[in-house]
Write a protein that binds this ligand. Structure first.
Ligand SMILES: [Zn+2]
Length: 462
């Protein structure tokens, strides 16, 4: 906890900072924790907190005093940079925490995300109607800028705010977020580390989470103790596991911030458990693998298409979205393979297999059948110049198409289709799975081995 400060004089308006009293809003809660870190829990004069906030958020520059980047994208007070709460004379109910207290009018340019994320659609209109905040929420709202994690990428600006029970959030800020932020104090691109990032919200969110997961397995940017805490929090291993949510916001940073998306990720603990299975799989499969994290990172990083002088990361974002939501990433990996014309990096299929097993519940027999049959299908297609078969497989739109392609495969490549693929059931299911799931996975295995085979041929020819 920060240093406890003495209340200077009686009669001043004070606020009570306590870890027992969350505000109910993720942005304000983050700010509250920032304040408690600095001041400690207790009763503090509003002016003292305001002075400290100004000291942190205002810098001297060639243009005189300015708000620090990137808070300046949001806070639009110019000229004499002062924060004045202008509290009402009579008490009323705070729109955020429900306290009966003296109130101030919330301004969108100062207190972003004061509304419930569910009401995101009404974000601006809600603000126009005019929210009223107590001094505690108003100060916490300004302090929120100091607790966010942000990443700038060209004109795109992402930021991230965690939310959980206040005591846990306080530790998360103090032991994990703040030390990393301080180490990157002078960086204009970001105040945190990302395994990878791009224009889109899901890929960048996954990039942030992978970096945090790495710190659990092998602390680098944070202390051993912080790493153990993070493992308890994300691994839900504590005596009383707390729910944790990550809010990701993406927009454009011009002269002001224009929001494009706000997403709430609440399955972080399940995601960490999944990551652990990947980590162990990679460690067991590749004996010399000393840093499984690097391989997992590269596997997700690879889904980028180079166009002219630019990199298109849309596939990566779609795959990241599927993973973060425990959905189906296979169609995007399938499309990516056909477009990139490069085989998948070593480790990708292992990670994918684990995902399909854990999340999509595909049984081992059918997974093995698809891997074996797909591999030979790719090799034979390469040998006999039957790339068209792979295109037909990719383009299959229903089970009739699918079986027509399999029939062609049997006929033209003299291959026997595994029985598990022939067990068609009601509702276009095959062996208990949605047919297109099997089709995509088969296609990924086939196209991947086709591309590997072609690469080998290219090498031997040159
Ligand atoms: Zn309040």
């Amino acid at each position: 906890m920060g240093k406890a400060r003495e209340t200077r004089s009686r009669g001043e308006i004070t606020v009570n900072l306590s870890l027992e009293r969350p505000t109910g809003n993720f942005w304000m809660d983050m700010g509250l924790v920032v304040l408690i870190n600095e001041f400690g829990q207790g009763e503090y004069p509003v002016d003292e907190i305001l002075d400290w906030l100004l000291e942190k958020l205002v810098q001297e520059s060639e243009q005189g005093k300015t708000w620090i980047y990137p808070a300046n994208l949001f806070i639009k007070v110019t000229g004499n940079l002062k924060l004045n709460l202008k509290l009402s004379k009579k008490p009323g109910i705070c729109d955020i925490c429900g306290d009966i207290s003296l109130l101030t009018g919330a301004k969108m340019w100062m207190f972003p995300f004061v509304v419930d994320p569910d009401k995101f659609a009404n974000f601006y209109s809600g603000m126009r109607r005019g929210l009223r905040l107590c001094a505690r929420c108003a100060l916490a709202g300004v302090a929120g800028y100091l607790g966010w994690i942000w990443k700038r990428h060209g004109d795109v600006f992402h930021f991230f705010v965690f939310n959980t029970e206040l005591r846990e959030l306080n530790r998360l800020y103090r032991e994990v977020i703040k030390p990393v932020q301080e180490a990157r104090r002078n960086d204009r691109g970001s105040n945190f580390n990302f395994a990878f990032f791009g224009n889109y919200i899901h890929e960048t969110t996954l990039g942030l989470l992978l970096e945090l997961f790495k710190e659990i397995k092998k602390p680098d940017k944070i202390s051993q103790e912080a790493s153990r805490f993070l493992e308890e929090l994300l691994g839900a291993k504590g005596a009383k596991p707390q729910h944790i949510i990550l809010y990701s916001i993406t927009g454009e940073s011009g002269r002001a911030f224009k929001m494009h998306a706000l997403q709430e990720f609440s399955e972080l603990q399940s995601l960490y458990r999944l990551y652990e299975t990947w980590y162990n799989t990679i460690k067991n499969k590749f004996e010399n693998e000393t840093r499984p994290f690097e391989r997992i990172k590269q596997v997700f990083e690879q889904f980028v298409i180079r166009r002219n002088n630019d990199y298109d990361t849309l596939y990566r974002d779609k795959i990241a979205k599927a993973i973060l939501e425990f959905g189906n990433p296979l169609p995007f990996i399938e499309q990516f393979l056909f477009e990139s014309d490069q085989p998948l990096l070593k480790g990708t299929l292992e990670i994918l297999e684990k995902y399909i097993e854990e999340v999509l519940n595909m049984n081992e027999r059918i997974r093995e059948d698809l891997a074996r049959f797909g591999k030979i299908l790719g090799i034979k297609s390469a040998e006999k110049n039957e790339m068209g078969l792979l295109y037909s497989l990719r383009n299959a739109r229903n089970t009739t198409d699918f079986y027509r392609v399999l029939n062609d495969v049997q006929f033209r490549l003299q291959l026997t289709v595994p029985e598990s693929l022939l067990a068609i059931e009601e509702g276009e299911n095959i062996s208990g799975m949605k047919w297109n799931l099997l089709k995509s996975l088969l296609c990924i295995h086939a196209m991947n081995s086709f591309l590997i085979r072609n690469k080998v041929d290219e090498k031997s020819e040159s």
